[in-house]
Design a protein around this ligand. Structure first.
Ligand code: PMP
Length: 305
């Protein structure tokens, strides 16, 4: 992605060459983190490329904007069409879509009524943490940085400013030689990865923390809970202490970018056998099966481009 830009981008209602979608250095969002965004994937399916849970992602984008009183100058239908268009115009198949809405030029007071600009970019994207990671898992650590308390910054909004927390967690992990960092909530209980939700497996049951644990209400998390239940795997949402990461039979992370990444150790302690366990493998099979047709799409999540 660093140098290999696609040709076209959608910006404020128009498809234009990638390099023309620019922003002024005094844009509010650049100074104060006042942006909201989504990360969405398209996959190759037997019926051609399809965008996964596009409408759910766009709903979350509008919810994020609502939390911050950000006027959206486009409708969900218009942004949906923009997402399809950037995939098509760039001839992409397995891609990552990034709709972004931000307070633009219009004042630097915190309450300034800045116009909202909206961009939709898309680029080819394989695995996020590496193909190796999907297969063999990653080594994770618990970060010394906690997630923000729920009465400070709402974790339920996918806002640019939230990712300062994610950067601290991810960069610390990388500096210490780990593949990813996991943050605790201000309660001291388990929250989520820098950019992923977390599942723990004890026996045949899957556990994940509730949305009140300062997490982003992940769409992959929701997908896995639904697929697991259809498959007869029990899923329990509950708060969990840090040490459960060490005691679980299996731990995995999930997110649009990370997909389903096994965690083979936490803080240097092996998780279970130190290899992806049977429930993690089953969830990978069910999830990736959505795209090659082995798993029935229970709610019409795939939107053909
Ligand atoms: N938590 C955070 C902080 C994230 O950035 C993401 C990625 N969007 C997730 C969880 C997973 O969310 P989703 O499955 O909707 O991509």
């Amino acid at each position: 992605m660093a140098t290999n830009y696609p040709e076209w981008i959608w910006h404020n209602g128009e498809v234009m060459p990638w390099q023309n979608a620019t922003v002024h250095v005094m844009a509010h969002a650049l100074h104060y983190g006042s942006s909201v965004f989504e990360g969405i994937r398209s996959y190759v399916t037997p019926d051609g490329p399809a965008i996964f849970r596009l409408q759910d992602h766009l709903k979350r984008l509008f919810h994020s904007a609502k939390i911050y009183d950000m006027d959206m100058p486009f409708t969900q239908e218009q942004l949906s069409a923009a997402c399809h268009e950037v995939i098509q115009r760039n001839g992409l198949e397995k891609a990552y879509l990034r709709p972004l809405a931000f307070r633009s030029l219009g004042g630097l007071s915190l309450s300034a009524d800045c116009p909202t600009e909206v961009t939709v970019a898309a680029w080819e994207m394989g695995t996020y943490l590496g193909a190796e990671a999907l297969e063999n898992g990653i080594d994770a650590c618990v970060s010394s940085w906690q997630r923000f308390a729920p009465n400070t910054i709402p974790a339920g909004a996918k806002a640019g400013g939230n990712y300062l927390s994610g950067q601290l967690v991810a960069r610390e992990a990388r500096r210490l030689g780990f593949g990813e960092g996991i943050a605790l909530a201000s309660t001291g209980l388990l929250s989520e990865g820098a950019g992923e939700n977390i599942f723990l497996v004890f026996g045949k049951q899957m556990f994940t923390v509730p949305v009140s644990a300062a997490i982003l209400n992940g769409i992959t998390r929701d997908t896995l809970m639904k697929l697991a239940r259809i498959d007869g795997i029990e899923v329990i949402e509950r708060d969990m202490p840090r040490e459960y990461l060490y005691l679980a039979d299996e731990v995995f992370m999930c997110g649009t970018a990370a997909e389903i990444t096994p965690i083979r150790s936490v803080d240097g302690k092996p998780v279970g056998t130190g290899k992806a366990g049977p429930v993690t493998r089953r969830m990978q099979e069910l999830f990736f099966g959505l795209f090659d047709g082995r798993t029935a799409d229970p709610e019409g999540w795939l939107e053909p481009v």
